[in-house]
Design a protein around this ligand. Structure first.
Ligand SMILES: [Zn+2]
Length: 143
């Protein structure tokens, strides 16, 4: 059983929450230009990460607010909880291990080179428009 710290309500039992799938899946800037395959991949294809994974949760029996969580899918350890519009935070341990294998350990931003991170902060979308469009399809599926 997980103890999840809701940003609004504090630590609550896992049973008060619902899982909302992968975080930072940005709505396509021009959906009409996508092929059927690309649209289907946006709708249905998600990463299946073994390890640290950014995902969405909703406090469904509490404040009913969505938030993001950085969680290890192997150990269930919760690394970080952050707001819906915020970028995925970097982990100290992961940054250190990534830096150790590189020639320049002071180089930041290894995480920011992942594909979905760039799409999450797409410049064409207004800040207010991102959250509702992103949460609507998943929340209706989850209910
Ligand atoms: Zn809450």
């Amino acid at each position: 059983m997980l103890l999840i710290s809701c940003p609004n309500c504090g630590p609550r039992d896992e049973t008060e929450f619902h899982y909302g799938g992968q975080a930072h899946v940005a709505y396509p800037e021009s959906p009409n230009d996508l092929t059927d395959r690309e649209w289907a991949e946006y709708l249905f294809y998600r990463e299946n990460t073994k390890g640290t994974f950014a995902e969405r949760w909703v406090h469904s029996t509490g404040c009913r607010q969505w938030f993001n969580m950085l969680r290890d899918t192997v150990t269930y350890e919760i690394h970080s909880i952050y707001g819906m519009g915020q970028p995925r935070p970097e982990l100290q341990a992961s940054a250190a291990s990534a830096g150790a294998s590189k020639s320049d350990p002071t180089q930041p931003g290894e995480f920011t080179q992942s594909g979905d991170f760039g799409q999450a902060s797409a410049p064409g979308l207004a800040p207010g428009a991102t959250a509702p469009t992103a949460t609507t399809p998943i929340s209706s599926e989850g209910v």
